[in-house]
Ligand binder design. Structure first.
Ligand code: SF4
Ligand code: SF4
Length: 372
């Protein structure tokens, strides 16, 4: 079934003040950030907005979400962010489906928090857990942990009422139960946990030292704690997605269900790119070869075939996934995690065993034994 692009991930800053060891922008296969401008210009931003406006106008009723991203988007500066937000509202008007910003929060001071609240920008904070877990991977450019600054920023956002939620990458050395409790002790009510982004070509190098299901084991601990708390106001995306799919609905996320692409990434130079996580696979794999300066979002068919296929046709699952009893729930997992240089995307997820274990545990706990 065809799906429309309904949000844009806009890279307003190409560089970052941190250097997280797992970062797909800087520490993986793709190094294309080196040849792009550090910041998105007003001209590129305006071109992007005009393409978004045309795309929505051609589809009455469609509304487009805009998410400021990076690198670290706050490096673009207050004046530029404020200008971009104002232009977005002016150009898209009723066709705008909200503005978000994903940040490491270390640069959030009172002025940023107040400004983001004032502009009604929902802010997502990347935080991996307590200081020990977070600082294991999320260090600044001089190798110092970033946890204290990130939590200070998060608390400022909470005080201002601008915090959307927290996103954590699962730390296989961490304790899922303690990490969930830590987030709750910070007053976080909306969170998500991401499977680490790796392909079949680099998982062994980066995560080979762990047991057979380190991510599944961590998430099972988180699930038990979340399920035990039993508070419908605590949103935890990875679990609500899987539960929705287990009940016969859509996962509603790129992490499961093999969906068509619902978003595009716009680079600082205006380049149109697919799913960011594909950067862990190969240099330039997610490039469309198109730019908002010259192309509409309906021109994907004249660019590199992969982005068009992701948005319009989908990528078939491998035979193993096709025969899997949980295929309607998992759908092969995140696309990037299916990749190998030998077979392209014709593989099960590198986290297949973890996903199966997690789904099995969730089924057992909730007594949802079959997917309609
Ligand atoms: S804060 Fe985000 S963009 Fe910056 S290095 Fe860490 S993961 Fe990469
Ligand atoms: S990745 Fe594994 S769990 Fe998911 S559908 Fe494929 S075989 Fe099943």
């Amino acid at each position: 079934m065809k799906r429309r692009i309904d949000h844009l991930v806009v890279k307003i800053a190409e560089r970052c003040n941190l250097n997280c060891s797992y970062c797909y922008m800087y520490n993986h296969e793709d190094k294309s950030y080196l040849r792009r401008p550090r910041y998105m210009s007003d001209e590129i931003f305006d071109s992007m907005l005009e393409r978004a406006r045309r795309y929505c106008l051609a589809r009455p009723g469609l509304r487009m979400g805009i998410i400021f991203h990076g690198g670290e988007p706050l490096l673009a500066g207050r004046a530029r962010v404020q200008r971009f937000v104002e232009r977005t509202r002016a150009v898209l008007g009723e066709m705008l489906d909200g503005i978000g910003l994903q940040t490491n929060a270390t640069l959030i001071d009172e002025r940023w928090a107040t400004l983001l609240k004032h502009m009604n920008v929902k802010v997502g904070v990347s935080l991996d857990g307590d200081a020990v877990n977070h600082d294991r991977y999320r260090k600044d450019l001089r190798g110092r942990g970033s946890h204290a600054a990130a939590v200070r920023g998060l608390e400022r956002l909470q005080s201002a009422g601008a915090l959307g939620g927290v996103i954590a990458v699962v730390d296989p050395d961490g304790d899922g139960r303690a990490t969930y409790r830590y987030f709750r002790s910070l007053g976080v009510r909306k969170m998500n946990f991401l499977f680490p982004d790796v392909s079949h070509d680099n998982k062994r190098r980066l995560y080979g030292q762990y047991g057979s299901t380190p991510i599944g084991d961590f998430l099972i601990q988180v699930f038990d704690e979340w399920y035990r708390e039993d508070d419908p106001e605590i949103e935890l995306k990875v679990f609500s997605s899987l539960l929705s799919a287990m009940l016969g609905g859509k996962a509603g996320t790129e992490a499961f269900g093999n969906p068509l692409l619902s978003f595009l990434v716009i680079e600082t130079d205006g380049g149109i790119h697919a799913n960011d996580a594909l950067r862990v696979c190969e240099e330039d794999i997610g490039e469309s070869g198109l730019s908002v300066v010259h192309h509409d979002f309906d021109d994907l068919r004249i660019g590199m075939p992969l982005v068009y296929r992701l948005a319009e046709e989908g990528i078939p699952l491998c035979a193993t996934c096709g025969a899997c009893p949980e295929v309607y729930v998992c759908g092969g997992g995140n696309l990037a995690h299916r990749f190998s240089r030998a077979n392209g995307f014709n593989n099960e997820s590198v986290w297949c065993a973890d996903i199966l274990k997690l789904i099995g545990h969730m089924r057992h706990s909730t007594a949802i034994h079959a997917t309609p």
